[in-house]
Every structure is written in C-alpha cells, then in structure tokens.
Design a binder for this molecule. Structure first.
Ligand SMILES: [Zn+2]
Length: 81
C-alpha cells in the first residue's frame, strides 16, 4: 500500500481529511523488550516505526486513497447509477 501524504479519502465511509497515524504493536511489549533485552527492543521499535499506517479516523479502514484520487474513484463507481 502506498503511503499517502496530505489529505486522504476513505472509500469505505466517505471520510475526507487527514488520516490518523497508527503504530502497530504495543508500547508495553516495547518497554519490556527494552528493559530486558536491548537489541530486540531496538529491532521492535524500528519495526513499529517502519510499519506505521495511515488509517481512517472514522472507521479504521486502512485502504485510504489520496484525496486527489477521489473524483476518479467516484466516477468509476457511479457510472451505472
Ligand atoms: Zn472511513
């Protein structure tokens, strides 16, 4: 999935605006790994940061598209209505 910069459009619920940054994994696991095992803690932190996703703040959909692509999407899906 491509990373989106700027405003995004959610085809699931129609949300338009700034996507929410979601960091995968858990901060608790990260702290425990850092406390006991420095190297896995570092790897886990890097994994979490590098896997940040843009999600819809409204419905949690991960498949957002740039707002600039919204009109094309709507044209494609409203052709027969
Ligand atoms: Zn949504």
């Amino acid at each position: 999935m491509a990373k989106i910069k700027g405003p995004a459009f959610c085809p699931n619920c129609g949300f338009e605006g700034t996507p929410k940054k979601m960091t995968p994994g858990s901060i608790g696991v990260e702290i425990v790994l850092w406390l006991f095992l420095i190297v896995p803690g570092l790897i886990y932190s890097v994994w979490r940061v590098s896997n940040k996703k843009n999600v819809c703040p409204n419905c949690g959909n991960e498949n957002l598209m740039p707002l600039s692509a919204k009109q094309g999407y709507l044209n494609l899906h409203q052709k027969n209505t």
